[in-house]
Design a protein around this ligand. Structure first.
Ligand SMILES: [Zn+2]
Length: 569
């Protein structure tokens, strides 16, 4: 047999959890043709000796809806072994929406997800109105990785209700129109429907995003459409229940009833909160209870500490303080000069020290004032990290001086990591091991100058598998491939099997590691964003073609739009 590509001599970790074995993988016409000892030749051969050959990794919680049009290879995810992503989470999608109303939809995305409107304006050629047309636009766009897309409630509401979407409850006519759009979207191949009810999702003028105006009956009816079609996943950025047990119970009961009554799989992301360390447990218990009651529910979690990446090049928690504000407006070199001026330095330090901690409320992933015991120096990418507090005590300085001095040592190109959740890694491990957990929730494509969690996959393989030995490779790969592929119905992907799509990751288990992030101004219209690559990944293959080799794009664009089972026929 003539193959397009043979991956020779790798250690096969096939995604099922089955023990590894050594074999060749022969690929033809975009699919895995043979796994075994292959004697035939191929147009292209990859020597995978010493490397793991696994299914391409899948990230089911991204916001690449806009980015796909200017960055078809799906950075930063594609640098971490990811070959398929799901986008449109948390109620945010770019359809349905006519071009004339695009500013309204961008308003939902701008602050909630930190995607610059100038980038969206410059980088997107709007060629759709309905969700089906959006899917066709993504389908036509040359792509490096595979994309599946949810329809978002904020876009849907805005489409049907216009400006009223930001202020009103839906009328019966609104609801009928919205249900029709959900149905059409699912029939066209949308992977599901998403909404947000969290305070963290605001527009730039501090108003709730459109989905937050919906009452629960609206949600029940829209999710019910998916239940009737028996297709589509419902994702929700959940309600801020606080810690009142009755309020928590009331919300959880509603979610459970939604899953059981509609039959649609319900999913959401959850973090471990340091102020309420056991809060997350409610949600995993709920998923078990829902299953027992006949519904489907799975819990997305981030398999690392969640936090905001800070730097002089992007954001610092002090940016709003008057003395700092003046300095921070300056070009980086002038900021550096100011920081080296002893008089100015004294003022800057005093301004930070005068500020009460943990008082200002930040929205979503915006930098916030808080104690320095939750801020790490990012001089490495795997724990243990050193906090700014520790370093300050050790060096006999004020914490903010440690930040200034470490930044000056790198011409201000030093990053810091301000943790916001999942601080305790043993808790993260416990969450990850829950049978209804899916490690994802990276928000890749969103919060582009604030968060850098798109490296979660290489973090899992380097930290949890190699450094901590808390998971076997087989377990970790299963969590990152077969589990999400199965929950989101990405049929024919997520396992290495003859006849299945040839999405493959080839990496060195001894060296794979996320690299330190950098700040780039490479968005359309020059908006800034964080970039983070990894080392140790020899290649990723998408639909049988080599997409990345040693972290560099080969130029191939073999990705596809992944439609749901109904649309595939
Ligand atoms: Zn999200």
């Amino acid at each position: 047999m003539q193959y397009d590509l043979i991956i020779r001599n790798g250690l096969i970790v096939d995604g099922s959890g089955m023990a590894r074995y050594r074999a060749d993988v022969g690929i033809a016409a975009g699919r895995i043709a043979t796994i075994g000892k292959i004697h035939d030749s191929a147009r292209e051969v990859i020597d995978a000796d010493g490397h793991v050959v696994s299914p391409g990794l899948i990230d089911a919680h991204t916001h690449m809806d806009a980015q796909v049009f200017w960055d078809p290879i799906g950075t930063c995810s594609c640098w971490h072994g990811v070959t398929s992503v799901v986008m449109g989470n948390c109620g945010f999608s770019l359809a349905p929406c006519a071009e004339k109303d695009k500013l309204l939809v961008m308003r939902n995305l701008e602050r909630a997800e930190d995607i610059a409107p100038e980038a969206m304006e410059a980088g997107i050629k709007w060629s759709w109105e309905t969700f089906a047309q959006y899917l066709d636009a993504v389908d036509r766009t040359p792509k490096g990785i595979n994309y599946a897309a949810y329809m978002g409630h904020s876009a849907l509401r805005t489409y049907v209700m216009g400006e009223r979407a930001f202020t009103d409850e839906a009328t019966p006519d609104d609801l009928t129109a919205m249900k029709r759009e959900v149905r059409d979207a699912i029939l066209a191949g949308a992977i599901g429907f998403t909404t947000s009810r969290t305070r963290n999702h605001q527009t730039p003028d501090g108003q709730p995003v459109a989905s937050r105006l919906a009452n629960w009956e609206e949600i029940r009816q829209l999710v019910g459409v998916m239940g009737e079609l028996n297709a589509g996943v419902f994702e929700i950025a959940g309600e801020d229940t606080g810690l009142n047990p009755e309020r928590i119970r009331e919300y959880l009961d509603r979610l459970k009833a939604l899953a059981v009554d509609t039959g649609a799989p319900v999913t959401f992301g959850i973090f471990a909160n340091r102020k309420a360390p056991d809060y997350w447990r409610h949600y995993f218990k709920l998923a078990d209870e829902t299953a027992a009651a006949g519904g489907r529910m799975f819990v997305q979690m981030l398999a690392k500490t969640a936090g905001i990446v800070l730097s002089f090049e992007s954001h610092l928690p002090f940016d709003r303080l008057p003395v700092w504000r003046d300095i921070r407006k300056l070009p980086l070199a002038e900021q550096e000069a100011a920081l080296r001026n002893p008089e100015m330095r004294r003022k800057l330090v005093a301004a930070v020290n005068a500020e009460p901690r943990e008082q200002t409320r930040a929205v979503g992933a915006e930098a916030r004032m808080m104690g320095f015991k939750h801020v790490y120096l990012m001089d490495r990418t795997l724990p243990p990290f050193r906090t700014i507090d520790e370093l300050a005590r050790e060096q006999g300085k004020e914490p903010v001086e440690v930040i200034i001095d470490t930044a000056l040592a790198k011409h201000l190109k030093q990053f810091y990591f301000q943790t916001i959740a999942n601080d305790d890694l043993d808790t993260v491990l416990e969450m990850m091991r829950h049978p209804r957990a899916v490690p994802t929730f990276t928000d890749s494509g969103a919060h582009v100058s604030q968060l850098m969690d798109a490296s979660m996959q290489s973090f899992v393989l380097s930290y949890w598998v190699r450094e901590r030995k808390a998971l076997t490779l087989e377990e970790a790969i299963r969590m990152l491939t077969f589990v999400p592929a199965s929950h989101w119905g990405l049929t024919g992907r997520g396992l290495l099997r003859e006849g299945w799509a040839a999405d493959v990751a080839i990496f060195n288990p001894d060296t794979i590691i996320p690299q330190l992030p950098e700040l780039a101004h490479d968005l359309p219209a020059g908006a800034p964003r964080l970039k983070q690559k990894s080392s140790g990944i020899l290649a990723t293959v998408v639909n049988g073609q080599v997409l990345m080799r040693n972290g560099e794009h080969t130029g191939a664009l073999p990705g596809r739009l992944l439609r749901n089972r109904l649309a595939k026929g």
